[in-house]
Write a protein that binds this ligand. Structure first.
Ligand SMILES: [Fe+2]
Length: 275
């Protein structure tokens, strides 16, 4: 074995690659299911978290959760649409790999986080949080909830999906957790942000993954319906826009010995090669 071979081997053992993507709307859920396995192989991904709260437009159905897991998701997170499809409640209570925001009140069913088997025998903690700015103010404080969760031992790495509207709330959470978690990504706005970065203490951060869905749209829905709402027209049931889809995803490379993220990069993939 040459010097470079040994170096490459060490690198493989020391680094894990995490991938997060957001599923948005019916047909894009199918898109994710069909593309995820090959993408995981191509990118050398070790652990995948998918936000599934919009797979059924609003909410997630049990069959869709099955499909997302079959496609290679290790964990599915949710958000403000967690309960829109009530069929998911029983599924969630039985399946620890499907989590909902941890700072829901104690009366909510399901789990807000878990510690899961990762690559190389690593124990990977995944936490789902929801913001309060421009959202439901009755949620528990996500910052102090995270302090509580981090007191629990037994995890080698901690990854956080912060489902929130405000860029400021997501950024503040990232800096609050820098040095205590390895990756934090935002979801909910459906608009990808260009601020991938590693914070000083080694937390990889992006403000929002963006949607996996039709990007020639207003956050995934038909533009004319969004315009109608802002013009004050009669309320309509939102429908997914037609047109090509883009999968919004971000890769985090983590040095598992130093417990630091070393790289964060977008890997958005467009249908038909269009940007
Ligand atoms: Fe949401």
């Amino acid at each position: 074995m040459g010097v470079h071979d040994g170096h490459r081997k060490r690198r493989r053992e020391q680094f894990v690659r995490l991938w997060q993507t957001l599923v948005q709307l019916n047909r894009q859920g199918e898109e994710t299911d069909s593309r995820l396995p090959a993408l995981r192989r191509e990118q050398g991904v070790h652990f995948t978290v998918v936000c599934g709260e919009n797979a059924a437009s609003d909410g997630l159905l049990p069959a869709q959760a099955d499909n997302i897991f079959s496609a290679g998701a290790d964990v599915i997170t949710m958000g403000n649409h967690t309960w829109d499809k009530r069929q998911i409640v029983k599924y969630m209570e039985a399946c620890p790999y499907l989590i909902r925001p941890a700072n829901y009140t104690a009366r909510a069913p399901g789990r807000g986080w878990g510690v899961f088997d990762g690559p190389q025998g690593l124990r990977v903690r995944v936490v789902n949080l929801i913001g309060r700015v421009e959202m439901n103010p009755n949620f528990d404080n996500p910052f102090t909830k995270m302090d509580e969760i981090l007191k629990e031992e037994g995890a080698d790495l901690t990854l956080v999906d912060f489902h929130a509207e405000a860029t400021s709330e997501k950024g503040a959470m990232a800096w609050y957790l820098d040095g205590r978690a390895q990756a934090l990504w935002g979801t909910h706005t459906h608009v990808p942000t260009a601020d991938c970065q590693v914070l000083p203490q080694g937390l990889g951060f992006v403000t929002d993954l963006g949607l996996t869905g039709p990007y020639q749209s207003v956050i995934g829905v038909k533009p004319e319906q969004a315009i109608n709402r802002f013009l004050g027209g009669l309320p309509q049931r939102f429908e997914p826009a037609p047109g090509p889809c883009r999968m919004g995803a971000v890769l985090f490379d983590i040095d598992t010995r130093a417990k630091r993220c070393v790289s964060v990069q977008r890997v958005d993939i467009c249908e038909e090669g269009r940007q």
